[in-house]
Design a protein around this ligand. Structure first.
Ligand SMILES: Cc1ncc(COP(=O)(O)O)c(C=O)c1O
Length: 472
């Protein structure tokens, strides 16, 4: 492809993107294909000769698109959102064009310095302690792994990195029974062993029971274990529950335990002063992560990881082969030492575009609108005697189930709600996912898609109500 061809196809692709996003609601929000349906349409071997972009685009539309679930649809209410926006897409196009590999300052000084600057902006926007420092990681999973490894190294005075485990460490990691599975994965990878991940029970609001945490720590100490790290969550995946950070932080401080706070979704809402109560005590934590790629209009992937002790982070990850030695080493941020991967994408650019395009007030307005929509729907669910709210709403997610007065059998209710979920998702008109709260099958509806409006919520709710007749 030469420059003239590129120019032509790039314009076509931009037109395609604009049409797609403008008309996204005409697609079934959840892909309706069967397993292997896409795979079987693709040739078994790579083409020997280059093919025309027209043909490639045709196949993209005819083969690939039916197998896409439309995360940017305003009818997407599943999981946690991975929302995006026009400025983010524009920056991502530029990032692809630059194709910069931003492992160290020298490989693109602007990338490193912009990252430092936008992380400082985020720090102010979320009201995080001024002395913390931030770095962009690909995902919250990687950020949490960094926290676990940093805790391990700090505790062992950086000796496990050098010598490996001696076999005498009996580290314990704590999270609630509702912490995200990325903590389990991190515990596996960091070498602690899943048996040493202690899951603390939750209260009626699905938040970690602090007294149980204290008891577990005391008992572990008595039995010769070393409590190493607590992972507390602001916004659990199941129900967006909020662990009491301040109380947990006090316990961590008393026992010299690393506190990592995972606010993957809810963290974005900390730009709203009225939601800062969720993070009370956060200044006592050692590390904190939230995902702008969930609810801050910055397309996947972009995870913001903040630490109290930058030197500890760097010491955990630093590696300096001859070919990476530069004259600026130590004077600038070489982000390869702030996480796991050497190679790094230029993720700061899209965050910069988004924050500047929306402005902090614009971002606040959009989040407040989403929360308002959630509040409106919550009222309607509460008013309908056939439905039940299952747990306290914290920001933009509702947990509810179909529960008419004449059905008391829990097994039957679980079956009906599972049927309801599948029936709704089969329509292609909306996409929801579920969780279980105390073994009760619960529908989760998250309102965080960039362009969702009251009319989408109205339609979703009337579809949910009218689908009842298909399941009973
Ligand atoms: C609370 C929480 N933490 C961590 C994660 C993992 O996020 P990522 O996909 O960025 O690794 C999720 C994913 O939804 C989550 O809900």
């Amino acid at each position: 492809m030469n420059t003239a061809d590129f120019r032509k196809h790039a314009h076509e692709v931009v037109d395609w993107i604009a049409d797609y996003l403008e008309n996204i609601e005409k697609y079934p929000v959840k892909s309706q294909v069967q397993p292997k349906e896409i795979y079987n349409q693709l040739p078994d071997s790579a083409p020997d000769q280059g093919e025309s972009m027209d043909k490639i685009m045709r196949d993209f539309q005819n083969i690939i698109l039916p197998g896409i679930t439309h995360w940017q649809s305003p009818n997407f209410f599943a999981y946690f959102p991975a929302n995006s926006s026009y400025p983010s897409v524009l920056a991502e196009m530029l990032t692809a064009a630059l194709g910069a590999q931003c492992m160290i300052w020298e490989t693109s000084p602007a990338a490193a310095e912009l990252e430092e600057k936008v992380m400082n902006w985020l720090k102010q926007m979320l009201n995080l302690p001024g002395s913390w420092e931030g770095v962009i990681q690909d995902t919250a999973s990687s950020s949490t792994l960094c926290a676990l490894l940093s805790a391990r190294e700090k505790h062992s005075n950086y000796s496990i990195n050098k010598l490996g485990f001696t076999g005498n460490e009996k580290f314990r990691i704590y999270g609630s029974s509702e912490t995200h599975s990325s903590i389990d994965k991190g515990v596996k990878i960091a070498g602690f062993g899943l048996d040493n991940l202690v899951k603390i029970q939750v209260d009626e609001n699905q938040a970690m029971k602090v007294d149980d945490l204290e008891t577990a720590i005391q008992s572990d100490i008595k039995n010769g274990h070393t409590p190493l790290c607590v992972v507390a969550t602001i916004g659990t995946t199941g129900t967006t529950a909020i662990d009491p950070i301040k109380k947990i932080a006090r316990i961590c401080r008393e026992h010299n335990i690393w506190l990592h706070v995972d606010a993957a979704l809810n963290g974005s809402a900390l730009i709203l002063p009225e939601y800062r109560w969720m993070a009370e005590g956060l200044e006592l934590a050692d590390s904190f992560v939230f995902n702008p790629h969930k609810w801050l209009f910055t397309n996947f992937d972009c995870s913001a990881y903040f630490v109290k002790d930058k030197e500890g982070l760097i010491r955990t990850f630093t590696i300096l082969p001859e070919y990476l030695k530069t004259k600026t080493t130590g004077k600038v941020n070489d982000y390869r030492d702030w996480g796991i991967a050497l190679g790094r994408r230029f993720r700061a650019l899209k965050l910069w575009f988004v924050i500047r395009d929306f402005g902090v007030q614009g971002l606040r307005e959009r989040l407040r609108y989403h929360i308002q929509l959630a509040e409106n729907l919550e009222k309607r669910i509460q008013e309908n005697t056939d439905f039940e709210i299952m747990t306290r709403r914290t920001v933009n997610m509702l947990c509810f189930r179909y529960h008419p007065e004449n059905i008391a059998d829990e097994e039957k209710l679980n079956q009906l709600n599972e049927k309801l979920l599948h029936s709704l998702n089969r329509t292609g008109k909306i996409f929801l996912t579920h969780t279980k709260i105390n073994n009760r099958y619960t529908l989760r509806l998250v309102i965080g898609q960039t362009n969702v409006s009251q009319s989408h919520i109205d339609r979703a709710w009337s579809l949910i109500c009218s689908s009842i007749k298909d399941i009973v």
